[in-house]
Every structure is written in C-alpha cells, then in structure tokens.
Design a protein around this ligand. Sequence first.
Ligand SMILES: N[C@@H](CCC(=O)N[C@@H](CS)C(=O)NCC(=O)O)C(=O)O
Length: 205
Amino acid sequence: MKLYDVTAAPNPRRVRVFLAEKGIEVPTVQVDMRRGEHRTPEFLRRNPSGKVPVLELDDGTCIAESVAICRYFEALHPEPPLFGADPVSIGLVDMANRQLEFELLGPVGQAWVNGPVVARLLPDRQQIPAAKEQGERAARAFYRRLNDQLAASRFIAGEAFSVADITALCVIDFAAELVDLRPEDELAELWRWHAEVSSRPSASA
Ligand SMILES: N[C@@H](CCC(=O)N[C@@H](CS)C(=O)NCC(=O)O)C(=O)O
C-alpha cells in the first residue's frame, strides 16, 4: 500500500493527520506537481481527477478523495472513531465536514488559484481578481461562523475530536500560510481551538 502525497498541499495533509491519529503508518510517494507528475497518463489511471492524495492498495486498487481514503481506514481501524461514534455524532461530523469542504475549502481554493503564488507558478492560467475577492470574503465569513460555533463546543462537531477538526486545521493552516487568509486575531474561540488541535502530535504529520 502507498499514499501519493504532496507535503505542502492541504488535502494530502488531511490524510496524513488522520493516519497519525489512528497510529497507522503508510509509505508515501511524493508527486512533483511542478513537473506535472499528477497529469501523466500513469497518474491519471490512478485518479482521473489528476489530484492528490491517492491511496494505492497492494492489489492495484486506487482510492482518491481525502474523505474516501479516511473512510477506508476508519472501516479497517474503527478506533478511535473519527467519523462519529453513534448515529447523531456520525450525522453531525459529516455535516460539519461537508460544510467545511464546500463553504471554506472551496472559497480558500478559489482565492488560492486566483492569487499570486499560482499566478507565478502557472503564468498561462487566467487570473480572475473578482473570484479571488469573493473567495476571501466567503472564507472570512466562515471563520466568524466557526468562531461562534466553537464558543459552544470544544471541537468543531461537538466534544470529541473528529475528521472535521482535521479538515478545518489543514484548510486554515494552508489559508494562513499560503493564501494570505490568516483568521483575525479577535476570533478568540477559533484560536483557542486551533492551539488545542495544533498541539496534538498528529498535527505535525
Ligand atoms: N476533493 C479532493 C481534492 C484534492 C485536491 O484538490 N488536491 C490538490 C492538492 S491539495 C491537487 O492535487 N491539485 C492539483 C490540481 O488541481 O491540478 C480531495 O478531497 O482529496
């Protein structure tokens, strides 16, 4: 089994943190995106989306999509449960995780692909400044919403650490470090949560 990975990218980090929380070690293969390794016919056979992460099993089966890979490992190693432990928490974790993907990761991605780093790396790609601003506004509004939610609970989806915390951590760190979208200092509950999840050993995976 091997995990196709890019160290600096947020989605592969979600899987690495998840594996660290489970205490599972999987060898990784670094994909060099600058050299277009994620667009080769060989890689597209593993994931037609041309994106990382991808988990390749020993029989050649390939599972792409961060959440799909995490669900595979949750099924193999149910403890500790990171997708919820009972019907209500399973629903709440999934709700939080999907909202994070659609309403935070999406806008952060929109700001990223229309921002200066991508403009430098991919000069032929059309930049849409209005899309960048729209993504930034949506991300900042979501930060405020998260801050309000975290005033009422220790973690994103309640009192137990879950895959939703992993998604939020990886997206916020990426946004802060590479997209110039650091949450405002005044969001005290968000930063209280961030300090706690960042101090878990898995955060450095
Ligand atoms: N929905 C996918 C998104 C994967 C994704 O966007 N990966 C990025 C790196 S974080 C990528 O491979 N981008 C390459 C590209 O879009 O060309 C997941 O959750 O794994």
